[in-house]
Design a protein around this ligand. Structure first.
Ligand SMILES: [Zn+2]
Ligand SMILES: [Zn+2]
Length: 230
């Protein structure tokens, strides 16, 4: 036992048992997404690619999520927002079966000779300042281990938005994120491919708006990768 474990014991986020944030028993509560689906129509789609008929102007080209969102994952994602984030994330990442990530390699192969980047979903600077870190960046670093793509910093959040989960109507959700992102001055995104990485996808409006910001400036393909799907 390390001294830090003694001073700051870890309690399971699922059942409260001492030892780990994600105990062996509660690992069973993590449910993988079995089928990939189209970002827009939610119907099954190979590798989560957007169906040709569902394509939208400046839209998302594909979407992959690892887990289904449930109560346990809700607690895990909530804990990402605090100091222990890196430790919790480390435990979670160790439980992810490597074969569940192999499908991601497909995206990398879509390169077509263009530059390919992982783009963590940015936080508004005020939120970043209070939290001290961006959990999407921590998650991106993990995916980077599999995808071996550089992490970009080509998107900033210029609008502080309410959490989408707190807004009921679809129309209001759209308005909430409209114009929320921009490309930092001097960054060239033209012809690049991106995988935007975030912890959770709920309505998809935030991700779609982030993709739109990149495409408006000439990005080639934009995919979304999240840890969980609501
Ligand atoms: Zn447990
Ligand atoms: Zn579709």
């Amino acid at each position: 036992m390390f001294l830090t474990d003694f001073l700051f014991p870890r309690f399971c986020l699922g059942c409260g048992r001492v030892g780990n944030y994600i105990c062996l028993n509660c690992q069973q509560k993590l449910i993988y997404c079995q089928t990939d689906s189209c970002f827009y129509c939610q119907r099954p789609s190979r590798f989560g690619l957007t169906h040709p008929i569902c394509q939208r102007y400046h839209g998302v080209d594909g979407f992959v999520s690892i887990f289904r969102y449930n109560n346990f994952l809700k607690k895990i994602i909530k804990s990402f927002k605090y100091r222990k984030a890196v430790l919790v994330w480390k435990e979670l990442s160790l439980t992810i079966k490597p074969e569940k990530l192999s499908k991601l390699i497909f995206y990398k192969k879509l390169n077509h000779g263009k530059k390919f980047f992982l783009q963590p979903m940015p936080l508004h600077f005020k939120k970043l300042r209070t939290r001290g870190f961006n959990q999407a960046k921590v998650i991106s670093e993990f995916f980077q281990g599999f995808l071996r793509l550089p992490i970009a910093n080509d998107l900033v959040r210029i609008k502080e938005t309410k959490p989408q989960a707190q807004i009921d109507q679809l129309k209001k959700r759209q308005m909430n994120v409209k114009g929320a992102f921009r490309i930092p001055t001097g960054k060239l995104v033209k012809n690049n491919n991106y995988i935007i990485i975030d912890d959770l996808l709920t309505s998809g409006k935030t991700s779609a708006e982030a993709a739109r910001a990149l495409k408006k400036e000439g990005a080639n393909k934009v995919f979304i990768l999240t840890l969980a799907k609501g």
